[in-house]
Design a binder for this molecule. Sequence first.
Ligand SMILES: Cc1cc2nc3c(=O)[nH]c(=O)nc-3n(C[C@H](O)[C@H](O)[C@H](O)COP(=O)(O)OP(=O)(O)OC[C@H]3O[C@@H](n4cnc5c(N)ncnc54)[C@H](O)[C@@H]3O)c2cc1C
Length: 1013
Amino acid sequence: MSALQAVVERRGQQIFGLVDQHPESIFTKAGFYQKMMAFSMRDETFKVQMFRFVDVLASLRRSGDIVAHLREYFRGMDSFIPMLQTGLRAAGIFPWLTAFILRRNVSGMARQFIAGRDGADVMKTLRKKRKEDIGFTVDLLGEAVVSEKEADEYAARAMELLETLARETRGWTDPLGKNTELFPVVNLSLKISAFYSQMDPAAPEEAIAHLAPKLRPILRRAKEVGAFVNFDMESYAQKNGTFDLFKALFTESEFADWPHVGIVVQAYLRDAERDLKDLIEWGRKRGTRFAVRLVKGAYWDYEKIISSQNGWVCPVYLQKPESDACFEACTRILLENEAIVTAAFGSHNVRSIAHAMAYAEELGIDQSRFEFQLLYGMAGPIKRALVEMGYRVREYSPVGELLPGMSYLVRRLLENTSNEGFLRAKFSDNLSTAQLLRDPKELITPEKASPDGQRNGYHSAAAFSLDTPPGDTYENAPMVNFVHRQTQEQMKTALREVRGRLGRQYPLTINGEKVTTGKWMPSLNPSSPNEIVGSVAEAGIPEAERAVSAARAAFDKWSRTSVEHRAQLLERLAAIMERRRFELCAVEVFEVGKAWDEADGDIREAMDFCLFYAQQMRILGRPRITQHVAGEENYQHYWGRGVALVIAPWNFPIAILCGMVSASLVTGNTVIMKPAEQSAICGALLMEMFEEAGVPKGVLNLLNGDGAVIGEHLVNHKDVDLIAFTGSREVGLHIWKAAGETRPGQRELKRVICEMGGKNAVIVDSDADLDETIVDSVYSAFGYQGQKCSALSRLIVLEENYDRVVERLLAAAASLRVGNPQEPGITVGPVIDEAAYQRILATIEAGRKEATLAYQAKDVPKEGYFVPPTIFIDVKPNARLARDEIFGPVLSVIKVRDLDEALEVANGIDYALTAGFFSRSPANIERIKAELVAGNVYINRSCTGAVVGRHPFGGFKMSGGGTKAGGGDYLLQFLIPRIVTENIMRHGFAPEETPRYRDEFLVRRPGSTVVEK
Ligand SMILES: Cc1cc2nc3c(=O)[nH]c(=O)nc-3n(C[C@H](O)[C@H](O)[C@H](O)COP(=O)(O)OP(=O)(O)OC[C@H]3O[C@@H](n4cnc5c(N)ncnc54)[C@H](O)[C@@H]3O)c2cc1C
């Protein structure tokens, strides 16, 4: 055993000895809270339901609602939890009494972790703690800040709290009376995201520009009154921005000599050691002492889920002992640099604490020169033990009302009941002292150690079999994570480079040849319409004819090319897109006005279409037995339909075009692709990439031109067998009709895959989590200027919540960043072109006569097609605003009585594309799942952002023909099914079994060439 380990064990045992004199009361068996925790640890389902119930309770006003939620959350569980049985029985007889008791109990629980309602209230707690020689850092709880109005209010409250603390603690002295200059009595912890609602990881400079002016007055005042200010750390997305802000502010001359500032380092992050060394380096250059609170981190599950959903490298360690070991490594770094940094160890883990004590002893650092920080309401006996041992103890004391306090409370409940948590291990599972004090490095399972750079997929391709549901094993391409400075720089460089070659000309591609026509169509930058992004050759009827002939001629060979060969073409294309990713994003920013992350989402989706359809076609491409019957083999397999015409919109300029083209090609069709005029350069680049990937001559042909001329000609062409269209209702219905007519010489009945618009509704229930509702609704309505087919257009709000929703919604919309999307962090850019601009403004003007225009942005750029984000309220369900598709940044808010009326309004429309619901009522959520009429129904999340394989996308009614892009059955639309039956009985004898799948039927048709496999 190392000398250090021996001291760790000694100190640890000493703490445990003191702790065991006063066991942790929250883990005893008495009382509501204790019972609830015990059940939660015993039963995971109960735990989830209980914590969800706690989360919603504070927002319920009526007794009936509380009782209804109680029943909904715990249906079926009462039989094995007697406390619930009694509660539910009582609820039926005296609902008000049950509601009262529940509220009281949950408030009691919250009070256990929340030190006071406001500044005055918290002082009672702080005075009590002072008597126990425990210091404080106060944190102001708040709802998620969704607008600048709320951010300003938060800043004002923080200032008020600071004043109260300074005033009320005048004359208080340091409990240890030693090295007091390092540890001011007043200590304020600030949650940085609460000071600016539009913090975007891609735009750290912009965040600093907004945050610094808001924070300076508080910092100035704190410095004046001799207080300490700490920047708390939140999710990984905010981490770099928070560090940058800290360094920027405290290097300013006004604050450069101020030692009483601190920041948090989270040891569950793989970046932790590097970040800490960086900070220390900065501190040395600054030349003034500062502080670091070392913690493990509060958002472990969240980080794991978010990184998995986006395909990112998981930023947190995956094994608990890895976080513990990192905490110890950072402890050593902190203590070794004690000359410049004051350490605060934020942990309830006796091993982590004892290690810090032991290492400080080894370095000869006096125990009054660092401190232990613990959370209010947790690990009381440990705090007491540390005080008795003469260490400096500070309690993290949240202040706030019950409603905003609920998410904090739930985090604490999770922490207390976590399977991996120290407190549970010690106080509930009663692990031995020796086990609890082991060196975490010894507990890391090396083969499972989290390697740097590993993506954390929840679904694994290893589980893949031919019978697994489509999409289930598909691992999506990762999003670009603009948290990293490197990706920010890559995007800026790409924007510069693409700007340097704007104006290029792109020919048509017909039968592998580059064709120009003497006519060029310019594509303009909607942010700056004088700028030509590029020009494309304009095709006329003769070029359209040549393209059809080329595609027709190429079909025979291509349709008989092996599935594997076709699938690999798409995979090569995806790899090329990955290589050119930032360049493609930059082109989208210029050509269609997409913000950075929206542009990246489009490229990711395009790559996903390629990879997903390749995977799906490999499954479909193998002839599959239809039924096992003795003496006969029956195989179903597919052929391509023929020549496909792909007509795509500009709003997902590469993804939708690429999706429809790649689906056509992988299924063996040959293609004429016609990008939208407004996004012709994106189309030309896609053609270029398909060629690099090796698409054979004539198999894919690029035609640009006037839809009314060449589009119309091709739709009616006898040699076009399939039309894949995404676009407006007007054009979609016209194509649907035209395709129904059979022309002389036509071989096939035309198949139309038709995806059109929506008038998408989101319903807000009376118990909805408004933080989530507002953020997601604003993003759904105004992200990409409301020009996604999935965009939210009608927000239907139950009257009980209406005023509060409207108030927060208008403030949130007013905080959005509108501007040129070349800048990072922009949410609302320009609409696509002059025609759209004029049409949307006219719709807004007309809307004024129908409803109340409650909000319209004022400060939008003068140049470019910037339509101000606009919100109408009190819109009647039958108003044109509420019925016609607008395709721009305009949101209509409709008030309804109850959920029945909400459903009637939501469903009483021509369209059925996307729809959403925000609620915390399990029964209402189930009802909506069954009754909301839309192709894609989203609950408690944004109604945009469908992911290939996960959320197959497409609508019905006047939104489309019911097909699902990115779904397991999408490719079937592009195929003709065929059955081959063979009698395998000879003289009464037949094999007992036939295989389920067999190789492809790759026969020659008369006149066709041999096909590569
Ligand atoms: C005073 C104070 C202030 C704090 N301030 C912040 C803050 O600003 N920002 C912040 O994010 N956190 C903060 N925390 C930390 C957080 O709230 C938890 O309290 C803390 O992470 C619990 O760690 P522990 O050492 O007490 O307990 P332990 O039980 O030893 O550790 C639990 C922690 O280990 C990590 N973990 C759990 N499972 C795994 C796993 N499978 N693999 C890897 N790691 C895992 C998680 O971080 C978890 O919280 C603060 C904590 C305190 C005490």
